[in-house]
Structures are given as C-alpha cells and as structure tokens.
Design a protein around this ligand. Sequence first.
Ligand SMILES: [Zn+2]
Length: 209
Amino acid sequence: MAVIFKTEFIDNTIPNDPRLEELKYWCREFQKRNLTPLYKERSLGNLSFRIKDKHESFIITAAALALKDDLTDDSFVIIRSYDPERGIVFASGTKEPSSESVLHFSIYSKRKDVNAVFHGHSGRIIYSSDDLELASTKQFEQYGSIELVKSVLDVLGDELFLVMKKHGFLALGKNMEEAGTCAMKVYEQAQALKIQKIQSKHQEDRTSR
Ligand SMILES: [Zn+2]
C-alpha cells in the first residue's frame, strides 16, 4: 500500500497511557465483529484517540497489525504532528504508524469535539449505507491518499459516522466509548436490515409458490 507520508521518529517512546487498555478493548470488539477483517495476515482498519483535549497529538494503531492478536503497548504509536508541505508525520514509537494517520490527524484538526476516531471495514455496513441513510463520501479514493482525506473532509460536517465509499467507515466520538458504541450500533442496524431482507425474500418466495 502506497503511503503518502514519511514518518520521522522524534524518539522511540512507547505510549504509556492508561487509556490504551480501552483502545485495546475496542480493537478486540472490532475484530470480533469482523469490522477490521484480516487481509494477508493484517487487519484492515485503524483506531486512535486524542491524548489531550484540543491538542493535536493522538495515539493510533501501528501499521500492519493483526488485531486479533494480544496487543501490547508497542502496537501503538504516538503521532505528535504532521507537516503537510513536506508530507512528514512526526511520531514516537517503535513501529510505523497506520497508513491512515494523516486522515486521523486531519479529522482531529477540523473537529475539536472529536477525541476518538475508529476506522473499520465492513461490506455489511457499506451495502446498507443507502437504506440506513448514512453520510458518505462521494466517490472511492485510494487508501492512504490525500484525495481520500479530502473526500472525507468535504462531507465531514458535524457527522459522527460516515461511510468511505467502497472502502469502509469512520465512527467518531468525544471519547472512545462514544465512537465504539456508535460503530456497534450502526453495525447492528446493518445486520438487522440483512435479516429483515432475507425474511421478506422468504415471504415473497412462499407467496409466489
Ligand atoms: Zn481502510
């Protein structure tokens, strides 16, 4: 996957934050529901939280993790800042940060009310997005690209959930609890819709017999 930024490590400090346990919990919850599906041994999706109100730094999952595994603190990276001119992300940690770090950074910059950004992949949610009237980007853009970031910022407004067309979704919240609960709620609605459609199909088949 082409990454649009280079990482400059300020130091190799591993995040040491009590809220990491909560982030690990949500990583597991996402994995359980297949919202971060494995592709070539790596989980698609990335989760982060803002370290301090209104500050730009945040903690995010490292690139190429398998979220089903027991995550250790070094599975996370601190993003300190981002220089769009030079395309450099300044980080602390021992692993490359998620390839969508610039997307997370841009959302935190634009939305001071948001302190958690959870990005997952779910065919079920994408498939149901029109029926559930979910906010969505207008077109597909390449993973990790600046175009993808722009497409999200274009429709972000004050949404707390949005679909990235033919790609995945973003659940936002003033804290992790809110972002995670929001993602679970939409996922359950999408699941319920599927069951409803299967049942009405059965009904149709029965009456047309
Ligand atoms: Zn993605």
